[in-house]
Structures are given as structure tokens and as C-alpha cells.
Design a protein around this ligand. Sequence first.
Ligand SMILES: C[S@@+](CC[C@H](N)C(=O)[O-])C[C@H]1O[C@@H](n2cnc3c(N)ncnc32)[C@H](O)[C@@H]1O
Length: 160
Amino acid sequence: MLLWLFIVLALLFGVAVLRGAPYLPTMRRDVEVALDLLDLKPGQTMLELGSGDGVVAKAAAKRGLKVIGYELNPLLVLASRFRCRKYPGVQIIWGDYWSKTWPQSDGMYVFLLDNYMSKLHAQIEGYREGKSYRLVSHSFRIKEKKHAKSQRNFYLYLYK
Ligand SMILES: C[S@@+](CC[C@H](N)C(=O)[O-])C[C@H]1O[C@@H](n2cnc3c(N)ncnc32)[C@H](O)[C@@H]1O
């Protein structure tokens, strides 16, 4: 029984490594730094690819942002929906963000892995349809694009 539980949990958490990044939440003390850098205004929408346990989504909602998060791991979807239950502007969608059509948003927060950053950059170029767009990435840089600003280990990219 315990072995089965272990196998199920390993699969739920392990599959994320193949499609994006493993579960590693942004540290609480860093969340505000990331959101300050993203600098979206109340009423604007933040997209979060791989929203984990919802720690960033909740902090963004407290700032008056609308949040759309995609999360592959159903346990984390439930946990983040529970965490953000008092914020109707937060929507956590269960699924693979690479296979979804992203809804309109004003900026994005990601904590991916190095080898997905070029793919992300290409997707954003198509997605934004010429509109200006802000991206904050935790830890990993886009090698095809110069970041506009950085703070601690967060990088801001401005698409114009
Ligand atoms: C490094 S964690 C970051 C979590 C959260 N963004 C934060 O900063 O606290 C990456 C998250 O992305 C999720 N993930 C990885 N690949 C994904 C994919 N293709 N679609 C949706 N979620 C994915 C993982 O399950 C994990 O929760």
C-alpha cells in the first residue's frame, strides 16, 4: 500500500520534470521581489506557467491582480485552489501549459528550467501579437534576449 502511494506520488511529481520544471516553490521572502519586478497594476492579469502550490498567485491576488495559473500536478492544483479560495480573481487550470492556448494577459511569471527558456521566448513572441508584454523568470535567462532588469535571481524581460 505504502509502495503504491510512493509510486503514485513519484509519478505525479516526476512527470513535471519531463514537461517543464519539478515542484520547487518560490521562497516566500522572494515572492514580493518577483512581483515588484513584474510590476503589473491592479486589475491586470498575470499568467503563471506552473503555478505550484499557489504561493505566488495568492500574493499577486493580494495586490489586486487577476491570475491564471497552469499546473500539471493535480495535488498542487487542489492545494493552490484551496490556498487562493478567498480570491475569485485567481483561476488555476489543471493541464500542461505547452498544450494550452494561453488567454490574454499583461505579464507572466515563470520558474522553469534552462532548457525550456528558448521555447518560452518563441511562444511569447507569437502569443503577444505585437503587444507589449512583461515576463519575470526565476533563476533562468533567455539566451536570445537581453533582460531589462534583474533583482536577486529574478530577470525581467520587456517585449515591445
Ligand atoms: C519550479 S515549480 C514553480 C512553482 C511556482 N511557480 C512557484 O514559483 O512557486 C514548477 C511548477 O511547474 C509545474 N509544471 C512543470 N511542467 C508543467 C507543465 N508542462 N504544465 C503545467 N505545469 C507544469 C510543476 O508541477 C511545478 O509545480
